[in-house]
Design a protein around this ligand. Structure first.
Ligand SMILES: Nc1ncnc2c1ncn2[C@@H]1O[C@H](COP(=O)(O)OP(=O)(O)OP(=O)(O)O)[C@@H](O)[C@H]1O
Length: 372
């Protein structure tokens, strides 16, 4: 599958404007995750791409071929788009066994029997359901049926795989296993995958790119690390990351080629070239600092450039410890790897690497100082 381009797509359901001038490019071999809160338009994007829904405006190109052109009411049929789909509701054939369900597409393609058996069993094994191959869908749990649906979609190594919350019915452990398998499959098959989820961990761990939506608007497209380190606005910053990012309101100003950010707990001084906002000298403007929990380093002794703080509470959880701190009336959550023992009300100092700090404009909500 070559590049997929969605251009100026608008989709309405009645008066509900569900996709608003969507522009998205998916490169060959991408694992592109569509991420966002419930109702933001992820599934609709997938349905428009697959041909199950017709947009009212815009164009879609696959491999340089025009498959949708709303001006000319041209919509290529789903069957001609060379893709495989797995939806949350998995629609297996009830009268066929697991093996037959997965083999169905290969039978149509007239693949030799032995080869077909090998391919089907390989797909079932990957999804950890080979032992159920003789069962009927009604004899499986929801999660097992979901894995049959994935096996059916991957068995023929399609060029484009569209997956809509395919792991939603699985328990936590199996979900981690399936993430591993899907990521490995993507690597081995080189298939372009478009994956819908509202689970940011799934998005961060598997994708080569994430497209994040809010209320039908595509807000940011970047690599997982790009989005994590430099979220385009306050909403993206708040949505991505677990535990959540810390925000602190502050005031920014530019003075003598320095960008100075003052907060109730201390001051940050950056080179003014790091500020991506037009602003006059000495003109103050409200901004918000964004700090990831793992960026806050807790020190027991006072050191230069550190901020004074007090421990509110500490929560050791085996592999990591979450520490809630108060500094200048602001509450922060910090994360340390391993077990750390801090006492309530213990006086500590916080080191925050200024290079890693994000600063957002309070008014536009946009990122104006990037993490480097
Ligand atoms: N067939 C339909 N008819 C009318 N409205 C619809 C239809 N399908 C979706 N919608 C509406 O379009 C909006 C986007 O829905 P969509 O299913 O794309 O969201 P989503 O981001 O996939 O959400 P979720 O994570 O809950 O599945 C929602 O407001 C939804 O109610």
């Amino acid at each position: 599958m070559g590049k997929i381009v969605l251009k100026n797509i608008d989709k309405f359901y009645g008066s509900n404007h569900v996709l608003k001038n969507l522009n998205l490019e998916i490169e060959d071999g991408d694992f592109m995750t569509l991420l966002g809160p419930s109702g933001c338009g992820k599934t609709t994007t997938l349905r428009v791409l697959s041909g199950l829904e017709k947009p009212q405006n815009g164009y879609i190109y696959m491999d340089e071929k025009e498959i949708v052109n709303c001006d000319e009411a041209h919509y290529e049929a789903p069957s001609k788009r060379g893709l495989n789909l797995v939806f949350q509701s998995y629609a297996l054939w009830p009268h066929m066994t697991v093996f037959e369900n997965v083999a169905f597409g290969l039978t149509i393609k007239k693949i030799p029997k032995e080869e077909m058996k090998r391919m089907v069993e390989n797909a079932l094994e990957r999804m950890q359901i080979l032992q159920f191959k003789e069962r009927y869908p009604a004899e499986l749990s929801g999660g097992q049926q979901q894995r049959v649906a994935i096996a059916r979609a991957i068995v023929s190594a399609p060029k484009l795989l569209l997956l809509d919350e395919p792991l939603s019915n699985l328990d936590a452990k199996l979900r981690v296993d399936m993430r591993t398998e899907l990521k490995r499959l993507h690597h081995e098959m080189g298939t372009t995958i478009v994956y819908v989820t509202h689970d940011q961990i799934e998005a961060l761990t598997m994708s080569t790119k994430i497209a994040i939506f809010f209320e039908g608007v595509l807000t940011q497209v970047d690599t997982p690390l790009g989005i994590y380190n430099n979220p385009a606005d306050l909403r993206v910053a708040d949505f991505i990351g677990n535990p959540r990012i810390n925000f602190a309101e502050c005031t920014g100003r530019v003075k003598e080629s320095k960008f100075i950010v003052t907060s109730s707990f201390g001051e940050f001084v950056f080179d003014s070239s790091m500020l991506k906002k037009e602003g006059g000298e000495n003109k103050e403007f409200p901004c918000v600092i964004g700090l990831r929990p793992e960026q806050i380093e807790i020190k027991r002794k006072q050191e230069e450039g550190c901020f004074a703080a007090k421990v509110y509470t500490s929560q050791p959880a085996g592999s990591e410890t979450l520490i809630t701190l108060k500094a200048g009336g602001v509450t922060f959550l910090a994360k340390e790897i391993g077990i750390a023992n801090y006492k309530e009300n213990e006086k500590v100092w916080l080191y925050i690497d200024p290079n890693k700090v994000n600063v957002f404009d309070q008014e536009s909500k946009k990122l104006i100082k990037y993490s480097v």
